[in-house]
Ligand binder design. Sequence first.
Ligand code: NAP
Length: 324
Amino acid sequence: MRAVVHDRYGPPEVLRVAEVERPVPKEDEVLVRVHASTVTRGDAMGVRSVEYRFARLFTGIRRPRRTIFGSEFAGRVEEVGAAVTEFRVGDEVFGIEGGATSEYVAVRESGVIAQKPAGLTYEEAAAVPDGSLLALTCLRPASPLRGKSVLVYGAAGSIGTGAVQLLARHFQAEVSAVCDTKDVERVRSLGARDVLDRLREDFTKTGATYDVIFDAVGKHSFRRCRRSLKPFGIYISVDLGFMYHVPLVALTTRFLGSKRAKLGIGRYRKEDLLLIKELVDTGNYRPVIDRTYALDEIVEATRYVESGQKTGNVVLHVRTSPAP
Ligand SMILES: NC(=O)c1ccc[n+]([C@@H]2O[C@H](COP(=O)([O-])OP(=O)(O)OC[C@H]3O[C@@H](n4cnc5c(N)ncnc54)[C@H](OP(=O)(O)O)[C@@H]3O)[C@@H](O)[C@H]2O)c1
């Protein structure tokens, strides 16, 4: 089967499409024929792995342990292991699994996989899990959020667009958002009440205060946001920050002052994917897609993701070869 592989860390050019062996599903696994995948920021960071060298403790010190790229997938179940009860051959599914940017991926039945929302194409479904699950699990520790004022900084990214929708329709918060000029209307359409154009206005200078500031790109800081937080307000960043300072600030603010900083730790869980599927099915969550690339354009797609400029998600159309 064709898959995107990389056998060393480096720039997007280390990625290439190659023929690799098709996985054989174990007893508790399903084999998914992948129709669409994506390039997430996490995937791109995992390839270059410069800023996050410590991550190599988990991904392989000298070279990547897992050579097949990607994490999000949407496709059709092609085979099921003997012990699988939840899925049948022919089911349309979506989810997250390491090595998903390939024609086939084997996924544990208990893994992060669910029936694809019926109203979405494969391309749309592949763009849902990563941003939504990371936003959900980073925001959850600040709940209950119903009726609270929450500002999302970096609202046009994958996590940002997920956060705006979940805050407005799942957590039922009052959402303000900050993004750049080109994305203002799109972010408003996702449920934000106020949208500030970061290129024209600095939200820390408007005098408005919020219960929670969610830094969905990790480009702001607790120090600069502090005066924009209400008493007992919380700043959550998805990133460790310059010199990994966010965990340190989080620890300090646990004991000092009324305002707190937190590091959002994103998790992928099956039960949360089922919740997201329900939100999609009921019209309360929708994928945001910036560009779609062919599998062979993996280098261009990854370069674009690395630029940090994408709106929502970048999808890969995985061209499957005819079934044998
Ligand atoms: N905590 C976790 O578990 C976890 C897991 C995975 C990733 N992450 C982190 O999450 C971050 C965001 O991921 P993502 O997939 O949402 O990224 P993304 O989709 O690539 O974010 C792109 C968006 O970020 C905005 N942006 C870029 N630079 C900015 C700046 N200086 N100030 C404000 N906005 C800026 C861009 O908006 P403009 O068009 O306005 O520039 C763009 O819309 C990653 O960088 C990574 O550090 C955290």
